[in-house]
Design a binder for this molecule. Structure first.
Ligand code: SF4
Length: 232
């Protein structure tokens, strides 16, 4: 399993933009996109919020073009924020927390899965060894129930047959076909934090199923690690 290359992601961002997939009218922007743009607008790392003589070289051109860019990564904010696979680069700065998170993972291997989380408060990605997807639900008050919804897509369709939960705090599991995309499964579950202790938690979930083009019905495995921090 591997993530799509950075260059491809950026090319896709431009393609999305050039093809006009970013709505022309701001009133048609989806909430998650408006939220990202708003966070970037107020951010001190936004090139528009930095005095010209203090601008890093990588965003001077963007400023001269009259465009907002992130001074950490150099990307145009309008295009970067449109990509659900992107994450605010403060995530990679020691001691800092990303202002907005990745909502989608696209894997380059066609045998693998793409996964999208519609909740933009969570962060989604691949573990460092690329053996599992992870979902970071960040800080959670002990006693709360966390609703998790994921869209899991496989190019050949993925029929979930079984699930294995790491422990008893995971429940209310359901999976249904997406009404507009037969290759997409809507997965829902609840995480009950009432028995958690303070600090870091990790929960493992495995979905088992087969793809519709496989006459042998060999089970495929979709692994997910849910991580977060519990507090009182
Ligand atoms: S991407 Fe993150 S660091 Fe860059 S301008 Fe936006 S909020 Fe700030």
């Amino acid at each position: 399993m591997q993530t799509i290359g950075k260059a491809q992601v950026i090319a896709q961002a431009w393609e999305d933009s050039l093809l006009g997939r970013i709505p022309k009218d701001k009133k048609d922007y989806p909430e998650w996109y408006k939220n990202r743009l708003e966070l970037c607008k107020k951010c001190p790392k936004n090139s528009s919020n930095i005095a010209f003589f203090k601008l890093p070289a990588k965003v001077i051109l963007q400023r001269l073009m009259g465009r907002q860019a992130c001074s950490l990564c150099g990307c145009f904010i309008k295009e970067k924020a449109w990509m659900k696979t992107e994450v605010c680069p403060l995530k990679f700065v020691e001691g800092e927390k990303a202002k907005w998170n990745a909502m989608e993972v696209i894997t380059a291997d066609h045998n693998d899965f793409n996964i999208e989380c519609p909740n933009d408060a969570f962060d989604i990605g691949l573990t460092d060894d690329e053996s599992e997807f992870y979902l970071n639900v960040f800080d959670q008050k002990i006693g709360d129930k966390i609703e998790i919804v994921l869209f899991i897509t496989h190019k050949d369709g993925f029929h979930v047959k079984e699930h294995h939960l790491g422990c008893g705090c995971m429940g209310d599991v359901s999976y249904n076909k997406h009404p507009d995309n037969e290759n997409r499964t809507i997965f829902r579950m609840t995480l009950d934090t009432s028995k958690y202790t303070e600090g870091h938690f990790e929960k493992h979930l495995s979905l088992m199923g087969y793809t519709k083009d496989d006459p042998e019905r060999n089970f495929k495995h979709f692994p997910l690690r849910i991580i977060g921090e519990a507090y009182k």
